[in-house]
Design a protein around this ligand. Sequence first.
Ligand SMILES: CC(C)(COP(=O)(O)OP(=O)(O)OC[C@H]1O[C@@H](n2cnc3c(N)ncnc32)[C@H](O)[C@@H]1OP(=O)(O)O)[C@@H](O)C(=O)NCCC(=O)NCCS
Length: 207
Amino acid sequence: MTVEARIADPSQGEHDTCTLEAPDECYCSSFVEGASEFAKEGRLDSTYASFLGFDVRRLQRDFGTYVDDLRDMGSASRVRQVGYRDCVFWLVDDGTYVGQSSIRPELGTPYLITYGGHIGYSIRPSHRQRGYGRRILQLTLERCREFGLERALVTCDEDNTPSRRIIEANGGDFESGMLMDDIAARAEGRAGERVRKLRYWFELPTA
Ligand SMILES: CC(C)(COP(=O)(O)OP(=O)(O)OC[C@H]1O[C@@H](n2cnc3c(N)ncnc32)[C@H](O)[C@@H]1OP(=O)(O)O)[C@@H](O)C(=O)NCCC(=O)NCCS
C-alpha cells in the first residue's frame, strides 16, 4: 500500500497554499495577533508562550528570544535533559501565521506515552472551522516520517469533537480511551476533572 493510500487526504484541495514552517521572526506580526487571540480564550499556552515565560506584551518586545527558545525545545540536548524534544512548526498560509503543531519523536515520559502522544496542534481562533485543523494534522503526519517514525500516536480529549473529527478524517485508528490520572489532569490545568483521552495510531510507512 502506498503512503498516500494509508493517510487519508482530508484537504480535498482546500488550503493547498499552506505550509509548515520552522518558527521565524518574519512571522512576528501575524503571530502576535494570533497569540492575542489565544490569550483572549485563555489558551496562550497553545503557543508554548506561557511555558517559556512570555505574555503577549513580552512576545511583542522580545520576539527573537521567544523564537530561539521555541527552537531550543526541539534540540537533541533536550532528550538528554528531560527525556524528549518538542519540535514546533507553524502553519503559514499566504505569509500569515495560522496555527502551531509540534512533534515529540521520543515519547520519553510517562505522560507523553500515555496521554500526550507524538503530535499536538492548535489553530488560532479567528481561523477555525475553515479546514485548517485537518490540514495541519495532515502536514504534520507527513513531517513525522522525516523524524524516522513508523507510527504516530495522536490523542485528544473525548469531549474535543473538532479534534476527534480531525484525527478520524486523517485516518487515525482508534486504540483506546484512558481516564487521566490526577497528576496528568493537574499537569493540563484540569485538576479534579474526569478527563478521558482517546488514543489513535497512524501507520507511517516509508515509501
Ligand atoms: C481543535 C482545533 C485544532 C480545530 O481546528 P479547526 O481549524 O477549527 O478544525 P477544522 O476546521 O479542520 O474542523 C474539523 C472538524 O471539526 C468541526 N468543528 C470545528 N470546530 C467546531 C466547533 N466549535 N463545534 C463543532 N464542530 C466543530 C468542523 O466542522 C470539522 O468537521 P467535519 O469533519 O465534519 O468537516 C481548534 O479548535 C483548536 O485549536 N482548539 C484548541 C486546541 C486544541 O484543542 N487542540 C487539539 C488538541 S488534541
